[in-house]
Design a protein. Structure first.
Length: 225
């Protein structure tokens, strides 16, 4: 293992190995942040322990520059908290409706990992956010599409992001991006290949590059449950 302290944050360590705890990392993006990789690993393990099947979703949040410029430093610092609280509230309300309608419904503890990044050399454009969401597949088996009728997961994510930015939801301008092959299914607690594939894809969020430190805002975050 080859690690040294991060020049932008001495509490973090750079990680150059090709794998982490038996999982391969996405090639071409080293160095990673060792502490971020550990958080990602623990988040996946907690989700995999609670639910026998998982549906994982990679989403990018794209805030309009003009909107970010209108937010105060305090509002920008609380942006992800507002977004995640809105999304969790929507999921809890949906699970409550499902239980009321059928007498029982699968629970879903929302788990997530996110990072704040900037396009190289263009910090004035403001940040964008990469997210990984983990859902109980017995509760949510498909993410749906933006603007599709009904309250699917993608619409809920888009709505939560609009609300965090103080905007009225517009399905025609979702302000989120779903990367190619954004959805991963973990078929069982013993689905090691599925977990390996998901961990490698999500390791992108843990790379040291394109993150900004020293502005009193988190560059990386995750659920704590």
């Amino acid at each position: 293992m080859n690690m040294k302290r991060h020049s932008g944050n001495s509490n973090l360590h750079l990680y150059h190995d090709l794998s982490f705890k038996g999982f391969e990392l996405l090639p071409g993006h080293a160095p990673y942040v060792q502490e971020y990789l550990e958080v990602l690993y623990q988040t996946l393990i907690r989700a995999n322990t609670e639910y026998r099947r998982l549906m994982a979703l990679r989403v990018d949040l794209m805030p309009p520059h003009g909107v970010m410029a209108r937010l105060t430093d305090e509002e920008q610092g609380k942006l992800m908290t507002r977004f995640l609280e809105s999304l969790k509230a929507q999921i809890e309300a949906d699970r409550h409706r499902a239980r009321k309608a059928s007498g029982k419904a699968a629970s879903c503890t929302l788990r997530y990992v996110w990072c704040r990044e900037f396009y190289e050399g263009q910090h004035r454009r403001g940040p964008h956010f990469h997210c990984l969401f983990l859902f109980n597949k017995d509760a949510y088996f498909t993410p749906g599409r933006v603007g599709q009728p009904g309250d699917n997961l993608v619409n809920r994510i888009s709505k939560a992001w609009h609300r965090a930015l103080g905007l009225t939801w517009d399905p025609g301008t979702p302000l989120i991006h779903l990367p190619r092959n954004c959805c991963y299914i973990i078929k069982s607690r013993e689905d090691r290949p599925g977990m390996a594939s998901l961990f490698q894809r999500a390791s992108y969020l843990c790379k040291a590059d394109t993150k900004l430190y020293g502005d009193h805002r988190h560059a990386f975050g995750a659920s704590r449950v």
